[in-house]
Design a protein around this ligand. Structure first.
Ligand SMILES: Cc1cc2nc3c(=O)[nH]c(=O)nc-3n(C[C@H](O)[C@H](O)[C@H](O)COP(=O)(O)O)c2cc1C
Length: 307
């Protein structure tokens, strides 16, 4: 076997589906610190133990490697913004996210489906991380579903269940969002992706997309429909809208790719590649068309409005 490329290994590890937690503690001055973690695992019932693996790269690493107490909040469906805040926001994370303090003064995230307050049981050095084992001293849990994470993306079991309902065809709605002479795309192991959501039915496409984009930290004015097509073999209906971003949260995983670079990229699907190729061509004259069809063939209609 050839030498292991850490980026490939990280992608391979990322194929393991997990939940998402926020691990919190207090530094020497009593200031709260925290980070998003999916390395959480339950360990033992008697004694009650759990683990999480803080990386040495964390600004809060010294706190977690020597803390007496910490807590783990398991995020619920819809808390992607909390996960993004604790994964990347550099300002005061706790000023942005509602929380309450446990009996040790350690913050616990409001709305989490479960939260565990822990006394540090053991700290095991492990390469570029440590394994932080905590003994659970208090915990609470609520109703609802947890937020999922797989392949570098958050997912929600609620939407997955709806999509799997045999009575319902799957409806995917996405957007080509312009920002300063570029389009917002997210790099993924399969190639660049457009922002998308799975909508419960076709009447809710626009609403579902707006909600998803606001979770991603992208404020957008959605415009006309750019492409509507069916994947007949998989029974999936796709609709993509044009949009203009009014603001993009800098921690969003989406990148602004200039129009001139769109042709040279690899995309997550051939349909995405074709849409972006047409978008780049039509953006030159700003005469946009609507494509109606399937994956193989269709017709284009001139959009009256200049997007
Ligand atoms: C879904 C997800 C899971 C993560 N899991 C871990 C983890 O288990 N351990 C870790 O050290 N960092 C993990 N990270 C990265 C940290 O959250 C991120 O590096 C950290 O918040 C940066 O904080 P800092 O700016 O204070 O260093 C994860 C990030 C995401 C988005």
């Amino acid at each position: 076997m050839s030498a292991i490329d850490p980026r490939d290994l990280r992608d391979a590890f990322g194929r393991f589906m997990t939940g998402v937690t926020v691990v919190t503690g207090l530094d020497g001055d009593g200031t709260p610190v925290g980070f998003t973690a999916n390395s959480f695992s339950s360990v033992s019932l008697n004694p009650p133990l759990l683990l999480v693996c803080p990386g040495k790269f964390l600004s809060s690493f010294n706190v977690f490697s020597a803390c007496r107490n910490f807590s783990v909040s398991v995020l619920s469906e819809g808390q992607e913004d909390v996960a993004n805040t604790f994964a990347g926001y550099k300002g005061d994370r706790f000023a942005r996210v509602a929380h309450t303090s446990n009996s040790h003064g350690v913050p616990v995230i409001d709305g989490a489906i479960a939260a565990f307050s822990c006394r540090t049981h053991q700290v095991i050095p492990a390469g570029d991380h440590i394994v932080l084992i905590g003994e659970v001293t208090e915990f609470r849990q609520g109703e609802g579903r947890g937020l999922g994470y797989s392949g570098g993306q958050f997912f929600s079991l609620g939407l997955e269940h709806q999509a799997r309902d045999p009575g319902a065809r799957k409806n995917i709605c996405g957007a080509l969002i312009e920002v300063e002479g570029g389009v917002l795309l997210k790099p993924s192991p399969d190639g660049y992706r457009l922002p998308e959501c799975i909508a419960p039915d076709r009447t809710a496409l626009r609403e579902c997309l707006k909600e998803e984009l606001s979770h991603l930290g992208i404020d957008v004015e959605l415009g006309p429909v750019f492409s509507v097509f069916d994947d007949r073999s998989k029974e999936v209906h796709f609709a993509y809208l044009l949009g203009k971003a009014t603001s993009v949260n800098p921690v969003s995983e989406y990148e602004r790719i200039p129009f001139s670079d769109l042709a040279g990229l690899t995309y997550s699907s051939s349909a995405t590649a074709r849409m972006l190729q047409r978008f780049a061509e039509e953006a030159r004259t700003r005469n946009f068309n609507l494509y109606l069809g399937d994956l193989v063939s269709g017709e284009t209609h001139r959009l009256n409005e200049k997007a």
